[in-house]
Design a protein around this ligand. Structure first.
Ligand SMILES: O=C(O)C1=C[C@@H](OP(=O)(O)O)[C@@H](O)[C@H](O)C1
Ligand SMILES: C=C(OP(=O)(O)O)C(=O)O
Length: 407
């Protein structure tokens, strides 16, 4: 489904209800599979969480996780420790290009039985579940925090718990802290000090319901909309000031664009006052890689030069996001330079017309570009990719008076 979008309104206002964080939900779904007494409220309605839930309920040998990277990594650890079960874990074509070697090597060192069905280091993988009795494991921490979270999530179910030693620089740290906090909220003892994570074994947990906060990465598109509009008043629910999600740093970052965030009981109010525009944006996003696309497009729309660093994980996500951003932004007439871990935007005053933005099976390409419709009408290809994390995105978007038509 291709969509043409435009909006000529000067003021944006509306109330948007976003469902639970995909990251928090995926962690809780794994914990729930390990400790069935656990209940979850405000679960994400994303395709990724849906496929994870389906995989955990499946009794089939072949498990297809589609585009869900975090779910792929979490399930690799989960099935490795599920004694007596044999599965083949696979996914979309892109999933077979997203590396799992560091996680597989760590699990093998712990005693797991995993083999590659096609290419070494990549899905599909065959896992024969075993009792994992290792007490410690080390792994490189600069490629993806998902590998570390995957080990942390199964750690309490192992007979000895697990000590994880992180080697080198640590990336996407808030996601590791989120995993630890969720374990602790569930009643599991754990700590993360320096380069060492320790999780104690837990035979069972107290029956309880854990509530998921709504998704901050999804909220980023409304921050971008507010920043690009002349004035805005948007209420987003359900959010808390003390979030487990690193992407809540949006509130700080978007102050530079004149967007203020007020935390109310269970929602945030975003307000944009006319006349505020930064000269240049510089951000290191190694702690919040998922909002890089949003910020780059906000800057494109506002004609603000920007230099984003800490982006080394972007090339192994749903697509190579650095290349995708450069290609699609340059269609509008601006120039972009990318390296292995940075993006610099040299914006142009006028936007090229009749642009069609390709999305590369990446939900965030579609959603990050959408707010640009406030400046110039354009087409988004395969707009239904949004369902990976935010199936209701286009319906919510239309609530803000956007014209969304199928050409
Ligand atoms: O643990 C998680 O829920 C996630 C971790 C991050 O991945 P990396 O650690 O690979 O950067 C993030 O990009 C992804 O969307 C979700
Ligand atoms: C990178 C993402 O997801 P995953 O790695 O789970 O596919 C994302 O949602 O931006």
């Amino acid at each position: 489904m291709n969509l043409k979008i435009s909006n000529t309104k000067k003021h944006l206002s509306g109330n948007i209800k976003i469902t639970g964080s995909k990251s928090e939900s995926n962690r809780l779904l794994i914990l729930q599979a390990l400790y069935p007494g656990l209940k979850i409220s405000n679960l994400s309605n994303s395709d990724d969480s849906h496929y994870l839930q389906k995989a955990l309920e499946s009794e089939d040998e072949l498990i297809d996780i589609h585009h869900a990277g975090t779910a792929m990594r979490f399930l690799t650890a989960y099935f490795s420790a599920l004694e007596g079960r044999e599965v083949v874990l696979t996914g979309s074509k892109r999933m077979t290009e997203r590396p799992v070697k560091l996680l597989v090597d760590a699990l093998k060192k712990m005693g797991a039985d995993i083999s590659y069905e096609k290419n070494e280091g990549y899905p599909p993988i065959r896992i024969r579940g075993k009792k994992l009795e290792a007490k410690t494991v080390s792994l490189e921490a600069n490629i993806s925090s998902q590998y570390i979270s995957a080990l942390m999530l199964i750690a309490p179910s192992l007979p000895n718990g697990l000590e994880i030693n992180l080697e080198g620089k640590i990336t996407s740290t808030p996601y590791i802290k989120m995993t630890l906090e969720i374990l602790q909220r569930a009643g599991i003892t754990g700590a993360f000090k320096g380069n060492t994570i320790k999780v104690e074994p837990a035979e069972q947990l107290v029956e309880q319901t854990l509530a998921v906060e709504s998704d901050w990465s999804s909220a980023s598109y409304y921050y971008s909309l507010a920043a690009i509009s002349e004035s805005a008043e948007l209420k987003l629910s359900t959010y808390r000031k003390t979030s487990l999600q690193g992407d809540s740093c949006l509130a700080e970052i978007y102050k530079q664009f004149g967007v203020s965030t007020t935390y109310r009981e269970d929602y945030v109010l975003l307000e944009k006052r006319p006349g505020s525009k930064p000269k240049r944006i510089e951000e290191n996003l190694q702690n919040s890689p998922d909002i890089a696309q949003t910020i780059a497009v906000t800057c494109l729309a506002l004609n603000v030069p920007c230099y984003l660093t800490g982006l080394h994980t972007l090339k192994i996500k749903e697509t190579d996001r650095l290349v995708a951003l450069k290609t699609e932004i340059e269609k509008f007439g601006s120039r972009v330079e990318v390296t292995q871990d940075s993006l610099e935007l040299f914006p142009q005053e006028n936007f090229s017309k009749n642009v069609s933005v390709a999305t590369y099976n990446d939900h965030r390409m579609a959603m990050a570009f959408a707010p640009l419709g406030l400046k110039v009408p354009f087409e988004i290809k395969d707009a239904d990719v949004v369902s990976k994390s935010y199936p209701g995105f286009w319906e919510d978007f239309q609530k803000l008076n956007f014209e969304v038509e199928k050409p």
